[in-house]
Design a protein around this ligand. Structure first.
Ligand code: SAH
Length: 219
């Protein structure tokens, strides 16, 4: 927001946090992470003025940076602890990965578009989020070399729960993902792994871009 006076920027930022609180985000550590990570650095320059509004925005490769409320909500549901290792499927802009990196020890994030993965890698490095590793590849396969994970977050909508990802979740692990038909009614699902099996909770209604198989051939 280079053209906005400083006061307007501060006010906008305050409004950003207030909206998250008003919508029910109560975890102070999550709010602090949302406060710290500059969303304006993760959107395309043409959308910089709308970076702190509570909307998803388009990014390259026909994808989107998720709505701040949904980022905060999914992060809160993960109940992250400072020693946790997290896998994110769907790096996109790298924004969600940056938020996770403030709350966990290590974040591995996988993206099927090489262009997005490379941009996110450069951006995260420039901003100093050095506990995030961005991998290019198919998130359906997870990142087995770094498994097991304490937490897994999928930021594209799956039509079925990918079993490979459940397999990469550690004991007492939690996985959060949007589940439902592409372009249709989707819900955030929370899966908790224990010795007795997988417990499932259905959470809020959402709309995400699809989780697609394979690394993208285009770019
Ligand atoms: N978390 C992102 C939002 C990403 S949108 C952010 O904070 O900006 C969802 C992303 O998932 C898109 O970039 C899309 O390319 C990616 N994606 C979809 N299917 C995938 C798959 N199978 N493996 C890895 N990434 C995938």
């Amino acid at each position: 927001m280079p053209n906005q006076p400083r006061d307007a920027q501060a006010e906008e930022h305050m409004e950003f946090l207030l909206t998250l609180r008003r919508r029910g985000i109560g975890d102070q550590a999550v709010l602090r992470a949302m406060d710290e990570v500059p969303r304006g650095q993760f959107v395309e320059p043409e959308f910089a003025e709308r970076a702190y509004a509570d909307h998803a925005l388009p990014i390259e490769c026909g994808q989107t940076i998720s709505q701040p409320y949904v980022v905060a909500y999914m992060t809160e549901q993960l109940a992250l602890r400072p020693h946790h290792r997290v896998l994110e499927v769907g790096t996109g802009s790298g924004y969600q990965a940056a938020v996770l990196s403030r709350l966990a020890r290590e974040v591995v994030s996988i993206e099927r578009y090489r262009t997005l993965a490379e941009q996110a890698r450069v951006r995260l490095r420039a901003l100093g989020y050095d506990n995030v590793e961005v991998v290019t590849g198919d998130g359906f396969a997870g990142v087995p070399g770094k498994a097991p994970y304490d937490r897994i977050i999928v930021t594209a909508a799956a039509e079925q729960v990918p079993q490979t990802l459940i397999d990469q979740l550690g004991d007492d692990g939690v996985m959060i993902l949007p589940l439902g038909p592409h372009g249709g009614s989707q819900h955030i699902i929370k899966l908790t792994k224990s010795q007795t099996g997988i417990a499932r909770e259905n959470l809020i209604a959402v709309r995400f871009v699809p989780l697609l198989p394979g690394q993208a051939q285009e770019l």
